[in-house]
Write a protein that binds this ligand. Structure first.
Ligand code: NDP
Ligand code: OXD
Length: 315
């Protein structure tokens, strides 16, 4: 009945933290697994392909992240319940990131910073909050928390999801039919979608061209993209083309097709792009470990697991 921590740059931290928080438990850190038959519960982030298949008595996988695409890329993924990470720590950090990036672009900070570099003192027009429509693609746990915070700043809100939703203060759109009307009424596109076969490459030139042009005026020079979902959602060459042709004004990207972002990527150099190193919502080791242990306790006490993912839809 051993616990395993596997994958992640923070593997050693999770190991130490799990041992400290559950001293009565036997904890192993991959690849030092001992007898594979002992392993019953795994805390995983980007585990080496095929590695989880060797644990024949595995009963539960808890994902270190809210996204579980890192598990579903493994063709030998064991058929056991997968719980994704949903926690106030993660949610609060994502809300801060999305609010920060939204304000940054609506207040035209890339232009203001360019002015600073040339010691230029000049006012730029700024949109009033209720002139700006923030459209949240993926109005799930994180999207709804962001909507609440952005609504408090006075922005108008739209949301898009797979299944129809009712969210206070948000005009909701759903499915393929809802996508175009959602985009047509969006000035700032916040992306908090999971990476699945259905969302792969969805952020492409065709989509950017459907974003609202009516919000574009001297105070809000054009649509903004904020992607904190996954890099596989975006076509990076298309983001650059959209910025060049004006169908995007600016972008904040936390996730990339290849991570770390290669040093020769032209995204690094673009004046209207903010790059962050997939740190939009990097939760504390203690929060993640506490969540892992709670799921194990629930399983052992016969209580339902929380936030179990559906392998058929991939999130
Ligand atoms: P949820 O599962 O709660 O929400 C996902 C939302 O996306 C739901 O509204 C869902 O629709 C919608 N969705 C999924 N597939 C489609 C589709 N094909 N078409 C339209 N809508 C779709 O996830 P979270 O909010 O917890 O997390 C979202 C993602 O954020 C994670 O999967 C992860 O990739 C990313 N993330 C990134 C972090 C970072 O640091 N950059 C940190 C944490 C998460 P429906 O409501 O109908 O199910
Ligand atoms: C997550 C992430 O999915 O950090 O939680 O990317």
């Amino acid at each position: 009945m051993s616990l395993l921590v596997i994958g992640s740059d923070r593997l050693d931290d999770f190991y130490v933290c799990t041992k400290a928080m559950a001293p009565e438990r036997d904890v192993r850190a991959y690849p030092d697994v001992g007898n594979v038959a002992d392993i019953k519960y795994a805390l995983a982030w980007k585990a080496p392909m095929g590695s989880l298949a060797q644990f024949e008595n595995l009963e539960l996988i808890v994902s270190v992240g809210a996204g579980v695409d890192h598990l579903f890329t493994d063709p030998e993924l064991p058929d056991v319940p997968i719980v994704r990470y949903v926690d106030p720590d993660l949610t609060a950090r994502m809300v801060q990131y999305v609010v920060l990036q939204t304000l940054f672009h609506v207040r035209r900070m890339t232009e203001i910073q360019a002015q600073q570099r040339t010691k230029k003192w000049a006012f730029l027009g700024e949109a009033m909050p209720d002139e700006v429509r923030v459209g949240i693609m993926g109005i799930g746990v994180l999207g709804q928390a962001c909507a609440k915070a952005l609504g408090g700043l006075g922005y108008r809100l739209n949301g898009w999801s797979r299944s129809p939703k009712n969210v206070d203060g948000v005009t909701c759109f759903a499915g393929d039919d809802g996508l175009e009307p959602f985009l047509n009424q969006t000035d700032v596109l916040v992306v908090l979608l999971p990476f699945t076969p259905a969302t792969k490459g969805i952020l492409n030139l065709d989509l950017f061209r459907k974003l609202s042009t009516s919000g574009r005026h001297e105070r809000l020079p054009g649509p903004v993209l904020i992607n904190a979902g996954r890099g596989g959602l975006q076509v990076e060459a298309d983001i650059l083309s959209a910025l060049d042709e004006g169908s995007l004004y600016a972008a904040s990207l936390d996730v990339f097709e290849t991570e770390p972002l290669p040093s020769d990527s032209p995204l690094w150099e673009h004046e209207h792009i903010v790059i962050t190193p997939h740190n939009a919502a990097e939760s504390a080791n203690e929060s993640i470990t506490r969540y892992f242990l709670r799921q194990i306790e629930r399983l052992e006490n016969g209580q339902p697991l929380e936030n179990v993912v559906d392998p058929k839809i991939g999130y």
